[in-house]
Design a protein around this ligand. Structure first.
Ligand code: H2U
Length: 346
């Protein structure tokens, strides 16, 4: 070991300016042998329609309701909703048993009628349609609820129960923990610097370039400086915007392009249908201006070294804080080098 510190060789902790958490980076550990669990590779669904699928057009869902013969995106109320409109009011301020009942709505968003079309396989037009749907849903639910969480859980490795490309939307009034943390950090940064945290971060990452995976006229994708998951990415706007509902039509087209580019790279990384969780965070729908916020999306793929070796957030991570071996700069370099043509189309 040399005496001069280097980010790519020596252990260090990095601060997540958005959440206020730290991550331990141990770059020299990338070479350790792996004799642990080998996952099953996520394989591509071949057929456009599956008669057994609860989400395909015209099919019956578990509760007996029939899906429409939809031909674009399709939204329905989750039959097993995590948040319900009719939950009774209840709360306790006991410091050791603090609780508050939570009302809300849970919806499922089918991305396409085609059972096999994951995000990277959607055309720009189809992806734009999905962004329109996210916007419409946030607009509608944001009139009722303060928080609208748009997310996608993809692949059995992430606990996704159905391969039909779909995401979910949960709406509620209390701000979830992670959102509260991000709000606090962004507000503090604005108060201390009179500037927007993620706007400054975007400018700095673009100038540095080391963690940039891809960018276009309106959007930037980086492996954030503080990434905890090996190939985690952050999708950032290059313009001021607080909520997904404020996107202009041309910004949706460029967003469709950037989402296609990043998800294609993920599939090309290990040449599988890459599992991940992704979602959007922006200002709450509380009718306040929120100049501290910048809307952004995060992708969290669980894979580490190959299509079959995943990153486990266990042991030290559960007892102390997240830890990673591969540096964010190395991960960005790998993702950057990949083709933007999907390997199935080559
Ligand atoms: P996941 O694949 O991430 O589990 O999401 C699928 C969702 O679809 C899940 O929340 C809902 C489940 O409750 N669902 C229905 O609402 N109706 C069905 O008939 C099947 C699945």
């Amino acid at each position: 070991m040399t005496h001069r510190f280097s980010l790519s060789n020596h252990s260090h902790r990095r601060y997540n300016a958005l959440t206020g958490e730290w991550v331990l980076v141990s770059p020299h550990r990338t070479k350790r042998p792996w004799q642990g669990q080998i996952e099953k590779s996520e394989i591509f669904v071949q057929s456009s329609y599956d008669p057994e699928c609860y989400l395909c057009p015209g099919n019956m869902r578990v509760n007996g309701e029939k899906n429409e013969e939809y031909n674009s995106t399709y939204v329905f109320a989750n039959d097993f909703a995590a948040l319900n409109l009719k939950t009774p009011e209840e709360s306790s301020a006991d410091p050791l048993f603090n609780m508050k009942s939570e009302q809300g709505e849970s919806r499922v968003v089918c991305f396409s009628p085609d059972h096999s079309k994951t995000l990277p396989l959607l055309s720009i037009k189809e992806m734009s349609c999905l962004i329109d749907t996210w916007q419409e849903q946030c607009l509608e639910l944001g009139r009722i609820w303060q928080w609208v969480q748009v997310f996608e859980n993809k692949g059995s490795l992430m606990g996704c129960s159905n391969p039909h490309p779909h995401g979910q939307i949960w709406a509620q009034n209390q701000l979830p923990t992670l959102v509260q943390r991000k709000q606090k950090s962004q507000l503090l940064y604005l108060l201390e610097n009179d500037r927007n945290l993620l706007e400054d971060y975007t400018t700095r990452e673009l100038a540095n370039g080391e963690r940039v995976v891809v960018h276009n006229t309106d959007w930037l994708v980086v492996v954030p400086f503080w990434a905890a998951w090996p190939f985690e990415t952050l999708v950032l706007p290059k313009f001021s915007i607080q909520r997904i509902t404020d996107l202009h039509p041309h910004q949706k087209i460029s967003l469709a392009d950037i989402l296609q580019q990043i998800t294609t790279r993920y599939d090309n990384l290990f040449e599988i249908s890459c599992p991940y969780s992704m979602g959007w965070h922006g200002a709450p729908y509380d009718e306040k201006p929120h100049p501290e916020w910048t809307v952004h999306a995060s992708f969290f793929p669980p894979l580490l070294r190959s299509s079959t070796v995943r990153k486990f957030m266990v042991g030290y991570e559960m007892m102390a804080e997240p830890q990673r071996d591969l540096t964010p700069e190395q991960a960005a370099e790998q993702l950057r080098a990949l083709s933007t043509t999907h390997y199935l189309k080559r």
